[in-house]
Write a new protein. Structure first.
Length: 132
């Protein structure tokens, strides 16, 4: 018969909480400094992306406004048997819709970049807190 190993508490290595040594404190200080530098770099990137996001949102608002205008604008066209009639300029609507889609994509891209950087900054903050 096979014997299963018993759950031995002696196998677990629970270390008692100890005060960090001078070397560990120096190592931690160096790690903290590196993390703070990385955080500053991420924060700078985040500021840039947030500015770009704001511009992209403005472009989106303008594109949406232009789309509404294109849908409401009528152009005079000639139809066989009807003569001149007023219709929506489908080419203008299509072009305006394309700009809206492009602007939405740009906004989404910058939002994702901002969220990713915020997550990285939060992670660094946790790492710094664990080292102090």
């Amino acid at each position: 018969p096979q014997s299963t190993p018993k759950n031995n508490k002696t196998n677990s290595k629970a270390e008692p909480t100890q005060k960090p040594t001078a070397t560990q404190k120096a190592d931690n200080s160096e790690k903290i400094a590196q993390l703070r530098a990385q955080k500053a770099d991420y924060q700078s990137q985040l500021n840039s992306y947030e500015s770009s996001l704001s511009s992209a949102k403005s472009k989106l608002a303008k594109a949406e406004s232009d789309l509404v205008a294109a849908k409401n604008k009528k152009v005079k066209v000639y139809r066989e048997g009807q003569g001149f009639v007023y219709e929506v300029d489908e080419a203008a609507v299509s072009a305006a819709q394309s700009k809206v889609n492009s602007a939405k994509s740009e906004v989404s891209s910058y939002q994702k970049k901002c969220n990713d950087l915020k997550s990285k900054i939060s992670s660094i903050d946790k790492q710094i807190a664990s080292l102090q």
